[in-house]
Structures are given as structure tokens and as C-alpha cells.
Design a protein around this ligand. Structure first.
Ligand SMILES: [Cu+2]
Length: 391
């Protein structure tokens, strides 16, 4: 930082790394430049949670569970869409014990022969049998966590770090911690269109004091931009920049989220907001083809600074191409005053050509899998924060 401010600056930093196709959030923090006491106690607690929750956020349990469900179960089952070849699985975790479901998944045919409930189901389905699926324990946990989440159907804001171990069974994030306290009532007044900013800028703090309806319009654009001097890269972006547009609103707000995918895009995309629980943190509701848009709504129950990213397969590729950013749910009492706030995110990039090899450089999947980054950059290009652009 060049200038010595009278009051500290607030810097939002996120560092991320790829681990195969999995997102690992190495670190994110709101850091005040000079005094740690500038971090609110509630934030300190939140940072703690995130610190201990790093393993829990390195996979997206809902997106993975959905992927397994779509691939292996959807031909015969729905969640809430009525029976198909097999029964509707909505609310199945309330109807059957975890132990019974384990036995069923291990051997549906044997259960149809020997287990009283199994016999009853088989009779109800007139002898049509479910073939054994051969899922690992972990895959099974993921798919049932997804079914449980999809059964509840609602998307709610909460840190994913509380109890969201993907192998822990149950519904990740069901314990939303402060959620009951976090609901500050229904939205009041006219809807507010959120102002989004490009890095390194952060939107002004929200001025409304009552819970509001906030509309977020975010557009995905695939853009070829300089990554280094004489080197170009086709970035996939949220809002035209890497990191993506900064989103800010207040705890208690009801957010109507619109994801638009520009007609020139070549790929479908979605958005997974780590501020949101429910299927894929919104990813399940926001899969959007080029030229289309999608919409979902959630209520912000827990304040905090969260990462968001695209969760379209292969996830690692979408993230490595620049599809991540920060969403800030401001606490109701606001943050302590500072002179300036900045938005800085570190990202790693993998190009076929070697470091600073000129021309348009394609993405290199193998280097990404090996985490052999060609560039590790702040704010998406070499020198993004140097010279004239220094903070
Ligand atoms: Cu994407």
C-alpha cells in the first residue's frame, strides 16, 4: 500500500488454488491494514470458522451430489417431481433411517426379498427392481445430501463451514447457525438494484436500515484480454473482470439473483455462492446456456464475506479461466468506518505456452491438474496493481 492513511484501509483478499478439479479456498479474510482490532468480533469468529472449515469448502457437496444423481438416479427417480420407474425420493431421509438406506443401497435386490419394508416397496412397484448402483460410501453420502437439500427446496444463506463435511451424512449446512436471528423480517420498500463493481473497487456500503429486496444482475462474458505484456487469454468472467463483480448487500435482505449468459458465450455457466446453502449454493438453479438467463431468490441470514464461483463441469477449468469473485453480506450494524476499501483476489492461470510466451494462449488442463501454474496473479493480469494502477 503506498499511502499511509489516517484510518486503515479495508482489503478483501481471497487466494485460491486448484486441486485437480476441486476448488480449494486457501484463505480469505477481511484484513484491516494496520490494526487487528478493526476486525469485528463477529468477523473474527467467522474467520475462525472458515479457518477450521477449509477442508469442508474444498468440495461442493451439492453440486457433486447432483451430478451423481443426474447421472445415476434420474432415469428412475425424481425429487418432488412424482414417481418415474421408481418412487419419488422427496423427503426419503425422513421416511427411512440412515441405516436402512445404507442396507438398501448396498443390496436392493436382497432387501426386496428379505426386508419387511423392502418387500412392501417391491410389491408396490409390482416387482420392478432397482439395480444395485455400486456407489462408494462417499458418493452415497453426497447423493443423499443432495436429495435432502433438493427435498427442502429452499436456498438460504449460511456459512458452509458449519458442519458441512461432505462425508458427514445429513444435510450440509442444515445448521445455519445464526439463521433464526439473521432473519430480520420481510423486505420493506421498493426493490433496490445492487450496484456491482469491478476490482479493485468495492461498492459503497448499503444505506438502507430495514431489510430490502435487492436485485442482482450479473452477466457472464467470455472475453479475450491481456494476461501479460503481449500475451492474451480467453477469460470466462462474471461481469467482464477477473475476479468477477463485487456484490454487496445487507444481512436480512432478500436477494433476487439474475444470472445472464452473454449470447456470444460458447459455454453454459452457473454460479455457486458460498453465502448460500441449498443445491450447489444456487448452481442447481442457475445453469444458463449462452444467450439465456436464470433466476433464483434467497434471504441473507448470516453476514460474512464469501467466495462465489462457477460450478459447471469441469469445475476446475471454469474457475481457472477466471470464474470467481466475492459476495459480501454486510452485518446489520455495518462495518467500522475506513477511508477506502479494495477488492483483490489472487488467481492461478495455466497456459499451453510457457510464461510470457507471446500471442493468444489456450488453457492447459494437464498443467491445471498438476497445479503447475504458469501465472499466479492478483486481479487477473500481470501488473494489474502496479504503476498507475497501484492502490
Ligand atoms: Cu463457467
Amino acid at each position: 500500500m503506498r499511502i499511509q492513511p489516517a484510518r486503515p484501509h479495508r482489503l478483501s483478499i481471497a487466494a485460491r488454488r486448484l486441486f485437480q478439479s476441486t476448488l480449494v479456498l486457501g484463505l480469505w479474510a477481511i484484513a484491516a491494514c494496520d490494526s487487528p482490532s478493526n476486525v469485528l468480533p463477529s468477523q473474527a469468529a467467522r474467520l475462525d470458522l472458515v479457518g477450521s472449515g477449509v477442508p469442508a469448502v474444498n468440495v461442493d457437496p451439492h453440486a457433486q451430489g447432483k451430478e451423481i444423481f443426474d447421472r445415476m438416479c434420474t432415469a428412475c427417480h425424481s425429487v418432488g417431481g412424482g414417481p418415474k420407474i421408481g418412487p419419488d425420493l422427496k423427503g426419503i431421509e425422513d421416511k427411512r433411517s440412515a441405516e436402512w438406506l445404507d442396507k438398501w443401497m448396498a443390496d436392493p435386490i436382497g432387501m426386496g426379498r428379505n426386508d419387511p419394508i423392502g418387500k412392501e416397496i417391491l410389491a408396490r412397484w409390482k416387482g420392478v427392481q432397482m439395480p444395485p448402483q455400486g456407489l462408494s460410501d462417499h458418493q452415497q453420502d453426497l447423493v443423499f445430501a443432495y436429495i435432502a437439500a433438493a427435498s427442502k427446496g429452499d436456498l438460504r444463506v449460511a456459512g458452509r463451514s458449519n458442519g458441512s463435511s461432505p462425508s458427514g451424512g445429513g444435510f450440509p449446512g442444515a445448521d445455519t447457525g445464526g439463521s433464526a436471528k439473521g432473519d430480520l423480517g420481510p423486505p420493506v420498500g421498493e426493490p433496490i438494484i445492487a450496484t456491482l463493481t469491478a476490482p479493485p473497487l468495492v461498492p459503497e456500503p448499503p444505506t438502507h436500515k430495514e431489510p430490502a429486496k435487492v436485485i442482482v444482475n450479473l452477466e457472464v462474458k467470455e472475453l479475450t484480454l491481456p494476461i501479460s505484456d503481449g500475451v492474451e487469454y480467453t477469460f470466462w468472467t462474471f461481469g467482464g473482470t477477473v475476479p468477477g463483480s463485487f456484490i454487496r448487500f445487507r444481512q436480512g435482505d432478500t436477494v433476487e439473483f439474475h444470472l445472464n449468459n452473454h449470447p456470444d458465450s460458447k459455454m453454459p455457466h452457473n454460479i455457486d455462492l458460498h453465502a448460500v446453502t441449498g443445491p450447489g449454493g444456487g448452481a442447481a438453479s442457475s445453469f444458463t446456456a449462452p444467450g439465456h438467463s436464470s433466476q433464483f431468490t434467497f434471504k441473507a441470514l448470516n453476514h460474512g464475506l464469501y467466495i462465489y464461483h462457477c460450478a459447471t463441469a469441469p469445475v476446475g477449468m471454469h474457475i481457472a479461466n477466471g470464474m470467481y469473485g466475492l459476495i459480501f453480506v454486510e452485518p446489520p450494524e455495518g462495518l467500522p468506518p475506513v477511508d477506502r476499501e479494495f477488492y483483490v483476489v489472487q488467481g492461478d492461470f495455466y497456459t499451453v505456452g510457457k510464461y510470457r510466451e507471446k500471442g493468444l494462449q489456450p488453457f492447459d488442463m494437464q498443467k491445471a491438474i498438476e497445479e503447475n501454474a504458469t501465472y499466479v496473479l492478483l486481479n487477473g493480469s500481470e501488473g494489474a496493481m502496479l504503476g498507475e494502477k497501484a492502490l
